[in-house]
Design a protein around this ligand. Structure first.
Ligand SMILES: Nc1ncnc2c1ncn2[C@@H]1O[C@H](COP(=O)(O)OP(=O)(O)OP(=O)(O)O)[C@@H](O)[C@H]1O
Ligand SMILES: [Mg+2]
Length: 218
């Protein structure tokens, strides 16, 4: 379980993905409370507080419900013209990020995300109108923060994703000083996550209960 060339690594990753997916499917949690706690912890990070341009994945299935904390994040930065949030749009093997319109909080606490629509895989992504808006496209070097999804993480910042390699290809394009922060349930933090040379590390992992700082000051 290290960076050595190891033919069993893909199998080990697959085994871990299945194990974590099973754990996540068995979790019972209050989505709003989880989102609130995760945002509170994110806001404790200096680089997060100071950031203007954010990249954020929109949660799908058992991921940390990022969509639920977006209205609060916008509210905190109301009137700040430098502030924006961009969400990923997936092509065959690449992601492109587009700024999204201000999310709306419904009376029942759920969130409406204008300018997004479900992809054929069911993930909410910037819709054609959002993508057509001149100025919506955000280049990788513009990001101050990237909120990263993932299935499992360890204390060194090693990350196991869902297996498509999207974030392994995207994260190296960010500025070196951009904050790469993952959000995850405590159950997704493992003693050690297997990784290879392509696997990108994160700087910190934020769970509902704590912040794990990996290798750099954040
Ligand atoms: N920088 C890269 N360039 C080209 N291919 C890559 C790169 N990084 C990863 N890949 C390929 O992408 C595939 C998936 O990688 P891996 O199993 O690490 O996915 P993952 O990190 O779990 O997924 P994701 O990053 O999408 O959450 C592998 O075939 C891997 O070789
Ligand atoms: Mg990987």
């Amino acid at each position: 379980m290290n960076t050595n060339a190891n033919s069993s690594l893909p199998k080990e990753k697959q085994r871990l993905r299945a194990q974590i997916n099973k754990t996540l499917a068995q979790l019972h949690y209050d989505r709003r409370q989880i989102a609130k706690n995760v945002l509170e912890n994110l806001l404790l990070l200096d680089k997060f507080q100071k950031a203007s341009t954010f990249g954020v994945f929109i949660d799908f299935r058992n991921e940390i419900p990022t969509s639920l904390f977006l209205p609060e994040l916008y509210r905190r930065r109301k009137g700040d013209a430098t502030f924006s949030i961009a969400a990923p749009y997936c092509l065959d093997s690449d992601m492109i990020f587009y700024r999204i319109p201000t999310p709306v909080e419904n009376a029942d606490g759920t969130t409406r995300l204008p300018g997004l629509e479900r992809s054929r895989y069911g993930v909410l992504e910037p819709n054609a109108q959002t993508r057509a808006d001149g100025g919506a496209l955000v280049q990788p070097l513009e990001f101050d923060v990237m909120i990263v999804p993932g299935l499992a993480f360890d204390h060194t910042g090693a990350r196991l994703g869902r297996g498509a390699g999207f974030y392994d290809r995207y994260l190296p394009l960010l500025r070196p000083d951009a904050l790469r922060v993952a959000v995850a349930f405590d159950e997704q933090i493992l003693p050690e996550v297997p990784h290879d040379a392509n696997d990108q590390f994160v700087d910190a992992i934020v769970t509902p209960s704590r912040i794990i700082r990996a290798n750099r000051p954040v």
